[in-house]
Design a protein around this ligand. Structure first.
Ligand SMILES: [Zn+2]
Ligand SMILES: [Zn+2]
Length: 673
């Protein structure tokens, strides 16, 4: 008889069990409630099947649906297997490849069987039948059984079944790795996939109402476009129906708020292929920009920043010196500094040209300003701000409306300071950013510290020091706590510095990384920036790169989606429309509009000979905050019927002067109130 195993549970208690005991057995021994709730196990930290026998003395934690991240990962991977089994049942001859879990579900890549000698990729019309087949597999409650196979047996099995992709993969799996398959069901015709697992104990553990197949697409085998094109089916998968419904509602809500859709309905901006990734701002969209920019300027002025403007294009030698040419060249737009040809018959430009590049960031130019004249320790901190227009060569496929563009304007600034000023400067920045986010309607945000990446400049001592300064600065503000989402992210810093990241949470719970601040000792060194210290010697300043909004383009995109186009009055492109019911009121309408405009309100008139309901619908779609409705009675009494956006038929009649005072107060930017 072999020795008993010592199993240590999370509460520290130890159980002695016979070899071959599974985590499921232990759950059952603890109690029927846990036996039912336990879906998997963490064995010495590793997530494993609940039915996989324990092999030695271990620490064991049972996983239930309450361990949501683990549970979701498990069910999503199970759904992928069930999808593959369903597809192979419905479409014999389909080959299976890979099917991982994703952030909200799963997908599986198939090589569909040819039909009449032609490829027959899956279409959305196939999805309902596949979902039905998946529900049947779940209803059959097939046990999912882990087996370890020899490589030769596995390859032979896949070749016999005509699974050439799986056979190829089995041959390439690393030496020494245990090759496992999961068998769904019992006996000879059980369905098999090669997989590391883990999985739930059986398909019946899945909620048949907690998944939905969402779309199909093409995908290359192993992500390589020289390989076979596969057919990918995506699904979203959850622990229960309620979670699925909430997810589908969030998607629907996100689609309604899509800034590209609202941008068109509100006539804010457009994009077109002739300027991939660069935005055409329409008058109404650019008003939002101007209001936001004016607000930021006032906040920066008050916080002791000085605004500068630097060149759009600089010589390649400058970018070599700053290090961007070496580390960032692939993202830069490089242009020849062409010499125009003066001869009539010759080419337009001479063929000898120096290389220049559009700036992908403003930092080197700010160092060049710092270097003008001798700086003393008394000049520090020096805070240089720029609404800096930058270009980065993003691949076309990565571009997305205002959220991912190639030309963007940062609310950039660089703070040159002494080592002993860092903690103060970074904590001041955190306070400024907090004020701005609250003013703009984002009280919820998380702070994260991105630590040194593999590809980097600078010594380990420098990184140790700058990472610690960031921690210290956030500690001063008291925001290095879980409530502030404080977290350290190894490997995610910039190539020259660690970085604090500020992630906003929007109205529908999505997060957006916008603000950053990073310490940098590398660029001042490379570009030879120095100041005269108290000891009379030259010292290097520390450079802090920081942004609050990130870029105006993306931030306005986020604002549009966060507010669903219903901007607070101070940001709304058109704040009020004066609409008439009868043409008798036209003269008074012009008078009302003129009075509002004189008070600084952005107002339009709608004197068209249309029904008032038609006008209401149109201006509601354009998300105008106030519709001011005028009929003959309002004209006679010098009043206005005020109809706020989204108030249905509710309206309030008030005097013109009172209206002006009310709108003026509400339209003030938060920092001017
Ligand atoms: Zn699997
Ligand atoms: Zn910078």
């Amino acid at each position: 008889m072999s020795a008993m195993l010592k199993i240590t549970l999370p509460d520290g208690s130890v159980r002695e069990v016979a070899p071959g005991t599974t985590p499921a057995d232990i759950a059952a021994a603890i109690g029927p409630g846990l036996a039912k709730a336990a879906i998997a196990a963490r064995v010495d930290g590793e997530l494993r099947d609940i039915m996989r026998p324990l092999e030695g003395d271990t620490h064991l934690a049972l996983v239930t649906a309450k361990d949501e991240a683990d549970a979701l990962e498990l069910v999503r991977h199970d759904f992928a297997h069930v999808l593959a089994e369903a597809v192979q049942g419905l479409f014999p001859g389909t080959q299976i490849t890979f099917g991982p879990s994703t952030d909200d579900g799963f997908y599986y890549d198939f090589a569909p069987a040819k039909v009449d000698g032609r490829d027959r990729p899956f279409t959305e019309e196939d999805l309902p039948a596949i979902e039905e087949a998946m529900r049947n597999i779940i209803a059959r409650d097939e046990p999912l059984i882990r087996e370890v196979w020899s490589r030769a047996d596995l390859i032979a099995r896949w070749q016999r079944e005509g699974e050439t992709f799986k056979a190829e993969w089995a041959a390439e799996l690393p030496e020494g790795e245990e090759l496992t398959v999961y068998r769904a069901g019992k006996g000879e015709d059980a369905w098999l996939d090669m997989c590391r697992g883990p999985h739930l104990a059986s398909t019946g553990k899945l909620d048949p109402q907690a998944f939905k197949l969402t779309r199909v697409s093409g995908a290359y085998w192993r992500g390589d476009q020289n390989n076979a094109m596969l057919s990918r089916i995506y699904g979203t998968g959850w622990l229960n129906r309620k979670q699925l419904d909430q997810h589908l509602m969030r998607l629907e809500e996100a689609a309604k708020r899509d800034h590209r859709k609202l941008g068109q309905e509100m006539d804010l901006f457009h994009l077109q292929a002739e300027a991939h990734g660069s935005v055409f701002w329409h008058p109404k969209g650019y008003i939002i920009w101007r209001v936001l920019e004016a607000y930021m300027r006032r906040r920066l002025d008050a916080a002791g920043y000085q605004e500068v403007k630097t060149p759009q294009i600089m010589d390649a030698r400058q970018w070599e010196q700053s290090g961007h040419w070496g580390k960032y060249r692939e993202n830069m737009f490089v242009i020849p500094d062409e010499v125009p040809n003066t001869e009539d018959e010759g080419p337009v430009v001479s063929n000898e040209a120096q290389w220049m590049a559009l700036k992908p960031m403003n930092c080197p130019a700010h160092v060049l300003i710092f270097r003008q004249g001798i700086k003393s320790y008394r000049d520090l901190p020096l805070r240089l701000a720029e609404m800096g227009c930058c270009h980065r060569n993003e691949p076309h496929g990565a571009l997305h409306g205002l959220m991912r563009v190639r030309q963007f304007t940062q609310d950039d600034a660089h703070i040159f300071c002494r080592e002993d000023q860092i903690v103060d400067e970074v904590s001041r920045f955190c306070d400024l950013l907090d004020t701005v986010y609250k003013d703009l309607g984002f009280p919820d945000y998380a702070i994260k510290l991105a630590l040194r990446p593999d590809k980097r400049f600078g010594s380990d001592e420098m990184w140790d020091w700058s990472e610690q300064s960031m921690r210290d600065a956030v500690a001063v503000t008291g925001r290095n706590t879980p409530e502030w989402g404080w977290e350290e992210l190894p490997g995610e810093g910039a190539f020259y510095a660690p970085k604090l990241e500020f992630h906003l949470t929007d109205a529908i719970g999505r997060t957006w990384q916008v603000g950053t601040i990073q310490t940098d000792t590398v660029l001042p060194e490379r570009l030879d920036a120095s100041y005269v210290a108290e000891d009379g010697e030259r010292h290097r300043p520390i450079m802090l790169h920081r942004a609050i909004l990130g870029s105006y383009e993306r931030f306005i995109g986020i604002l549009i989606e966060h507010h669903a186009g219903r901007f607070p009055l101070w940001l709304a492109p058109v704040q009020a429309v004066v609409a008439t019911i009868v043409s008798d009121a036209d003269g008074y309408a012009e008078e009302v509009a003129a009075a509002l405009a004189a008070a600084g309100i952005r107002v339009e008139t709608d004197l068209r000979n249309e029904k008032i309901n038609y006008k209401v619908r149109e201006h509601s779609l354009a998300k105008v905050p106030y519709l001011l409705v005028l009929g003959k009675r309002e004209a006679d009494e010098r009043t206005v019927a005020v109809r706020p956006l989204g108030s249905d038929a509710r309206q309030e009649v008030i005097g013109l002067d009172a209206l002006i005072e009310r709108l003026k107060a509400e339209a003030l930017a938060p920092d001017l109130r």
